[in-house]
Each structure stands twice: as C-alpha cells, then as structure tokens.
Design a protein around this ligand. Structure first.
Ligand code: SF4
Length: 396
C-alpha cells in the first residue's frame, strides 16, 4: 500500500494522514515542520510525568531519537519510542504502553479519530509551513470544472446505464452513485497542510471558483481533512477537488470514492498535477477482475484488523453469515499486521478484508489469492450490482 508519510515507498501497509516526504523523493525540510515539542514538554512538566511514549509515523521516525534526547534533557521524563510501524490514528498503542507503565502518549502526525485511547494522549498534527503558488494548478482546475459541468448536464444518461455499459465505463460507474447538484470546487488536504485551507479558499474564490471546504463525519477531526479510509465530507454539490498534499494515497481514495476529477498541489515542491483517470480506470479494472476471480471461490479467509480504529467485527460476522447463506465457508482471521507472508498459506481460495480498507485496494498485487473488500464480496455473490456504482470501502 502507498504510504502517506513515505509517499514513494513500495506498498507495505498503510500509514495515513501525513505526508512529510516530498512526492519527488527529495529530502524533506524538517526545520519547516512544527513538532510542538514545547507544548508537549509543558504538559509533561505540569503532570510531572516520569515515563512517556512517542508514536511516530515512518517518515518522521528519523527524528525520533533527537526528540527523545530533547524531552529527556528538558524534563524529568524518560521516553519510550513505540517503534512498530505506525498506521495512522486508527493504530493506537495505548494498551501496550499502559502495561509498560507509560503515563502519556504523544501521537505525532495524526489527528484524533472517533476511538477512545483510554489514557492521556497528545495528538500532534506536525504542520508544515509551505505555501505553494496557485498558478500551476489553475489549468487543471479549469479543465476539471468543465468536466464537472458536462457531467452535471449529462447525468441523466449515466443514470440510465445498464450494468454491462457501466462496467465498460468504469468512471461513470463510480461517479453516478451521487448525481451532482452543483459543480463546486472541494478544497481538501492532508493533516499537516490543513492550516492552509482558509487562505486557499479565499485565493481560489478570488480566482473565480466557487469553493467549499467539506466537513466530514466523526472519524475526521478538521474541515477539509481526508483519510485513506474516509471521505465522508464529499457531497453532491462538489464537482471536482483540489488536494493540498504530497503523493497520491489520499487522491486515489477520493477519486475512487467519488469518481470526481482531482487536482493536486504539493506544498513541499509547489508542483501541480492531476490524478490520472487512466490510473483510476486501471484500479477499477483490477477490482473487477478480482471480483470475478472470487465468484467461484468456496473458502474465504475473513480478515479482522486488531488495531482499535480498524476493527470491524460486526462487518466480518456479516460477511461470514452471507457466505454461509451462499453455501460457502468463511474463516475469521484476526491480525494486527496484515501481509502476504502472514495469510497466503491458509488453505482458502480468497480473502475478504475488513481491516484497513486500503490493504485490499493498494496491496492486492502482493497477494497470491484474490483479496477483496466487503462490497466486492457482495458483488461476487450477486447481493449487490456494479451497476449501482462501485462502492469504495470506508470506515465511518
Ligand atoms: S484504517 Fe484509515 S486511518 Fe487507518 S491506516 Fe487505514 S486508511 Fe489510514
């Protein structure tokens, strides 16, 4: 899976929200990130904490020892680094740290989501002070606005499409789930660039766009925020998107979820590009192939994520019951980390993933057997139709 904090690294899991690595792979300028250590140390001193933990995404881990030195020098606390890969705010290590006697966890690069950590936690968003020029992205925005206007004018035709036609025209199959009511520009970003949104809103309005900063559900902490597994801010009035951030982890999910054109402006490099429709179409063709390959499967491994913000037990049980209804077998497999070495050897024909949704989307090629989402299983079993639109797997 594509990383958010290590954008150009090969798939290995999902790390959400941040993006401290420039998308061109150049070294990031850490001096321009705000790690908010002063506030953290004030809290440590005020509480007289003796043992604290840092949980840091991969792209920032090279800074960890320096931060640990600073905290141990400036306060009376000792610092433990939770050194396992950090997968976003869904991936809290609090139970383990509590057992170790840790009194406070500083969780960097992510914002709090709708799960209870069970102990004092400081979420630090690690903002970046880059302020890119709008000029390079304007041609993309103009082209995308025209696409949105055309889609809005023609959406009656798309609605009437048969399943076969929809599968031929994958993008329409995605986008037609929600007929547009307007063609506004949705302005979104990854966590460390969200502070730019109000100013960009005004600049884009001055440039002639009708701009909205979408507000999502409880899993999202801030207006305009997107996660790799949650795009709940999308609404029918948004015709196209501008994403402020680095890499294509969030853009892929947002376009898969909405079918709407998306331009990207990278605050690290100032570069602009668009999420290529060919790329999305390729992913959707792959998903269609995996659904077909799962149609004849008899034995399924149903993956349940053990990370607190990925655990979808009820969904996994529903998948098991649905398989039983169709005379098939589903085995519930609970894992903290999910990877080919950990599951490929089970004597099943395919896997259904209820953990981080991006594992099935971004990592599918790493597995020897089909790895599909719950929606895709429903399609494979004939419970749902592709013709009602491809449904991106979201965690609400
Ligand atoms: S479940 Fe969501 S927040 Fe967690 S790693 Fe996956 S995409 Fe990121």
């Amino acid at each position: 899976m594509l990383f958010c904090w290590m954008i150009d690294t090969p798939p290995k899991g999902c790390i959400d929200e941040g993006g401290a690595s420039p998308s061109d792979g150049t070294t990031m300028d850490l001096d321009r990130h705000d790690f908010q250590l002063d506030q953290l140390m004030e809290r440590i001193q005020a509480n007289d904490n003796r043992l604290i933990a840092l949980q840091i995404p991969e792209g920032l881990k090279m800074q960890a020892l320096e931060m640990m030195d600073t905290i141990e020098t400036e306060t009376s606390a000792k610092v433990v680094l939770a050194a396992d890969p950090c997968y976003g705010a869904c991936d809290l290590v609090h139970d383990k740290m509590k057992l170790m006697g840790v009194e406070l966890v500083a969780h960097m690069g992510h914002s709090q989501m709708n799960i209870e950590s069970g102990m004092p936690t400081q979420f630090i968003d690690v903002t970046y002070d880059g302020d890119p020029d709008l000029t390079p992205v304007i041609p993309f925005l103009n082209a995308h606005k025209a696409i949105a206007q055309t889609r809005m004018a023609n959406q009656g035709q798309v609605e009437g499409m048969s399943e076969e036609e929809a599968q031929e025209r994958f993008l329409d199959a995605v986008g037609r789930m929600a007929p547009l009511t307007d063609t506004k520009l949705g302005l979104v970003g990854s966590i460390q660039h969200l502070h730019l949104l109000p100013d960009f809103h005004d600049r884009l309005e001055k440039a002639g766009y009708d701009v909205t900063i979408p507000i999502g559900g409880a899993r999202l902490s801030f207006p305009g925020q997107v996660l790799g597994c949650n795009y709940s801010g999308d609404d029918d009035s948004i015709g196209h998107y501008l994403f402020l951030g680095s890499g294509d982890f969030h853009p892929i999910g947002l376009v898969l979820h909405t079918g709407k054109p998306l331009a990207m402006l990278d605050p690290y490099t100032g570069d602009a590009e668009e999420m290529s429709l060919e790329r999305i179409e390729r992913i959707l063709r792959q998903r269609s192939g995996l659904i077909m390959a799962s149609g004849d499967a008899q034995r399924f491994g149903i993956l349940i994520g053990e990370k607190p913000g990925q655990m979808r037990r009820t969904l996994a049980l529903r998948m098991k019951r649905m398989l039983e209804k169709h005379g098939k077998k589903g085995y519930l497999l609970a894992l903290e980390h999910i990877g080919p070495d950990l599951i490929d050897f089970y004597p099943v024909d395919a896997f259904v993933n209820t953990a981080c949704p991006r594992i099935a989307i971004d990592d599918a090629v790493r597995y020897n057997k089909p790895l599909i989402t719950p929606f895709e299983l429903e399609v494979a079993l004939g419970e749902k139709k592709w013709e009602t639109g491809y449904q991106f797997d979201e965690i609400p």
